[in-house]
Design a protein around this ligand. Structure first.
Ligand code: C2E
Ligand code: CA
Ligand code: CA
Ligand code: CA
Length: 279
């Protein structure tokens, strides 16, 4: 029996030991991976179903590990968190996105806003705002073309600091979205306290709304609540035409999910951008 985290014990079975060997090896290789440029960003379009156009896209990190192949963020981000590397990863992502947008502006004279996931640790870092401003300025892109996605776990215990940071980011021109809304520690009061530009309905509600009335009513309520608050609403995890139909019926038009596209490497995303209009 091996200790994992605080209270969870994991029994090592023949399979389990491969798994824990993998996570041991991933944890060990993380710092090197950042230095060696083994991380890559995939982009998933957010589509306006009224126009069929790509409105923006979310940058999602993957690790091209020399031995394990493409490793998903669900697998290595918890290890990065344990090792105190989230800030380094977020900084890398911001830089990479800014450089990519600069390239797009130069090469295809066109870009869409890109959203980035920001981890909770960042809100407690003193000089974070300076780093952001520098990175954006160096790339010469507009802050309006960036959106930061945060989850409610970020403001647990740090409401004042987080609120001030959000206001400063918005002052810079960066859009702020509330990710995974409805899941975990969600509380409606955060919508009254913090100025969000966008609410993203957690994909679990979308995925279950056709089989569970409860999930449908929750998704529907979030859509209407957002409308009353004059906040944009995006549905995540839209996989089928049936999902799309139900959402359109509730007047939720911004959508992200496998139905339109999975997160794809930059070259493939450029092809989607060139087409601009999806089926
Ligand atoms: P998230 O921010 O909620 O991102 C959405 C996740 O849903 C992505 O998983 C995406 O691939 C997946 N997804 C999108 N459409 C569908 C769909 O139609 N069906 C299903 N089943 N899934 C869909 P991914 O890329 O594996 O990322 C997982 C999580 O890892 C993200 O959840 C986010 O919390 C975190 N993450 C990913 N990239 C970054 C990053 O660059 N920085 C930070 N701090 N966190 C990241
Ligand atoms: Ca997200
Ligand atoms: Ca999400
Ligand atoms: Ca998330």
């Amino acid at each position: 029996v091996e200790e994992r985290g605080r209270n969870n014990f994991k029994v090592i079975s023949p399979l389990g030991s491969i798994e824990s060997f993998k996570s041991f090896s991933l944890g060990r290789d993380l710092i090197k991976a950042l230095e060696n440029n083994e991380m890559v960003l995939y982009y998933q379009p957010r589509v306006d179903t009224n126009t069929g156009k790509i409105m923006s896209a979310e940058a999602l990190i993957r690790w091209e590990h020399p031995e394990w192949g493409l490793v998903s963020p669900a697998e290595f981000l918890p290890l990065a968190e344990e090792n105190g590397l989230m800030i380094q990863i977020d900084d890398w992502v911001l830089k990479e996105v800014c450089n990519q947008m600069k390239k797009w502006k130069e090469e295809i004279l066109w870009t869409v806003p890109i959203s980035i996931n920001i981890s909770a640790a960042h809100f407690l870092k003193q000089d974070w705002l300076d780093t952001i401003e520098e990175t954006i300025q160096e790339a010469g892109i507009s802050p309006c073309d960036l959106e930061f996605e945060i989850t409610e776990s970020s403001f647990l215990n740090n409401e004042e600091i987080v609120k001030n940071t959000i206001y400063s980011l918005r002052e810079m021109g960066i859009n702020i979205s509330l990710d995974d809304f409805g899941k975990g520690y969600s509380s409606l009061s955060s919508l009254a306290q913090f100025p969000f530009d966008v609410i993203k309905i957690d994909k679990s509600f979308i995925q279950n709304m056709l089989i569970s009335k409860q999930n449908f009513f929750i998704a529907k309520s979030i859509i209407h609540l957002a409308k009353d608050l004059h906040i944009k609403v995006v549905a995540e995890g839209v996989e089928t035409l049936e999902h799309l139909k139900v959402l359109r019926n509730e007047e939720c038009y911004q959508i992200q999910g496998y139905l339109f596209s999975r997160p794809v490497p930059v070259k493939e995303f450029e092809l989607l951008l060139q087409k601009k209009i999806l089926k």
